[in-house]
Design a protein. Structure first.
Length: 120
């Protein structure tokens, strides 16, 4: 019952149950995670990874569900995208702890969208 009277139900939402490859999931990230990557800035709000750069107007935004992999390769933040492109953002060794936290958060959310695929 949903408060509309005995025996009534709320209308079915398109977000109830399975939707194509997406599952009815909820992932909460309490804080925005930000990590400097050289003179750029990466920010993750639990849904969207956003890369800010001083070299172009605006930012680059990527939904976690559309990221194939997010990892640290040495001192480079590497992201593989579904459209078979790779993003490479080098960072300074001192920035590794912050970048690692960001990568782990993206991977955790990504696993909630694609649990059968996982992330290495």
């Amino acid at each position: 019952m949903d408060g509309r009277g005995p025996g009534t139900r709320r209308p079915r939402s398109p977000f109830d149950g399975e939707i194509g490859p997406f599952r009815n999931t909820l992932t909460i990230v309490s804080d925005v995670i930000e990590a400097p990557i050289d003179n750029w800035l990466a920010s993750f709000d639990g849904r969207v990874l956003e890369i800010f750069t001083p070299y172009r107007e605006g930012s680059m935004r990527y939904h976690a569900a559309l990221i194939v992999d997010c990892r640290v390769d040495g001192t480079t933040l590497t992201i593989d995208f579904q459209r078979r492109e790779v993003g490479l953002w080098p960072f300074n060794p001192g920035q590794l702890p912050q970048v690692t936290v960001l990568v782990e958060a993206v991977r955790a959310v990504r696993r909630s969208w694609w649990p059968s695929q996982g992330t290495p």
